[in-house]
Ligand binder design. Structure first.
Ligand code: MRU
Length: 346
């Protein structure tokens, strides 16, 4: 996608360096972070310089390729396996991280050149899948549609195009008049900061809404459909996504509003039978207690926004049971996942 007229991917590899859009600084500053070793790329994933399922997956793939390049001949296998564990320990929920590391690790067992090529393939496939999700998703967006989305499953969360936002971009480009309600998505505000930034750059009409406005807006007939992303989908279709997704799905079902998940098939974990088996990340209480913003002079500050001395609990994801999900928009079509298996519905 374009930033200031120039085409960017969220993450890419140049020589032995991994380049990443620094998402902690967005929307206030646009900067590229360069990771010169697999450990630095791990740091980028852990500290959320890069975040979102597909972008984490590609960064992890590149980290594995970096490790293959760093490894000495006489300690090659040991180094690879140590690096694999280090990368897998960065974040626990996004399936794409594990999927990508496994692929590049297997390629690295053949040669470091194979690892590099496989990592590039992982990234290219992610971008291609996101684009296709846009095409399938656009088919179910009607002209004049008002869409609610949660968190950021835009191009910043993948290598390019995104998942939940990809159909929105396709609908907008094809001339449909659409409007997007953007959940702010506390505590890290990926909606208010990243989704809103993306939509503004692409000229898609939108408004940021408080996380707790969903039920009211839906009950007022303001929302025609919901599209969210996914961090991991269990075999039965239960879907882990950013905290707060589950409650939107319950309300949508109660009010008869279609609730779609958009995700590449690489986010489906066939080893995970049901949602309760998906590991949920718990993050620092500081993300709830403090917020980062910009002052009138353009300086970025972090400020305490809660009662001093109180603690906080910060689960990063919740799981929406499959029965609340109208369909999963993938690069292979729109599917329905149930205990009986996966079924294509369009
Ligand atoms: O913690 P994050 O920002 O890496 O969370 C992942 C997400 O961005 C969301 O859950 C998103 O909706 C699905 S991943 C594209």
């Amino acid at each position: 996608m374009k930033v200031n007229g120039k085409n960017y991917r969220t993450v890419w590899m140049k020589g032995s360096e991994v380049h990443l859009i620094e998402q902690n600084l967005l929307p206030f500053e646009f900067k590229i972070f360069r990771a010169t070793s697999h450990s630095e790329t791990c740091h980028a994933i852990k500290s959320m310089i890069v975040r979102g399922a597909g972008a984490i997956g590609a960064a992890a793939a590149f980290a594995m390729a970096q490790a293959a390049m760093e490894a000495e001949k006489n300690n090659y296998l040991n180094y690879l396996s140590y690096a694999k564990t280090e990368i897998e320990n960065t974040r626990p929920t996004a399936q794409n991280l594990f999927y990508s590391v496994e692929r590049v690790y297997k390629a690295a067992l053949i040669s470091k050149e194979n690892a590099y090529e496989e990592a590039q393939k992982v990234a290219d496939e992610d971008a291609a899948a996101s684009r296709k999700i846009g095409e399938y998703g656009n088919e179910i967006i009607k002209d004049g549609c008002n869409i609610l989305t949660h968190c950021n499953a835009g191009w910043l969360a993948f290598v390019d195009f995104g998942t939940a936002l990809s159909p929105i971009y396709a609908a907008h480009t094809s001339g449909k008049k659409i409007f997007v309600y953007v959940d702010e998505t506390r505590p890290r505000s990926q909606g208010a900061r990243l989704t809103a930034w993306e939509l503004k750059n692409e000229g898609v009409p939108h408004s940021i809404v408080p996380d707790n406005a969903g039920a009211f807006l839906m009950s007022q007939g303001k929302i025609d459909m919901i599209i969210v992303g996914a961090d991991r989908i269990a075999r039965n279709g239960d879907t882990a996504n950013k905290i707060g997704t589950f409650e939107k799905a319950i309300i949508a079902k109660e009010l008869g509003i279609p609730f779609y998940v958009a995700a590449p098939t690489s986010s489906i974990d066939l080893n995970c039978k049901k949602g309760s088996e998906i590991p949920i990340e718990h993050r620092s209480e500081n993300e709830v207690l403090y917020q980062t913003g910009i002052d009138k002079k353009g300086k970025i500050h972090e400020v305490l926004v809660c009662s001093p001395g109180s603690g906080a609990i910060n689960p990063a994801f919740d799981v929406t049971p499959a029965k609340f999900i109208t369909g999963i928009i993938t690069e292979k079509g729109i599917i329905n996942a149930t205990e009986k298996g996966i079924e294509r519905i369009t």
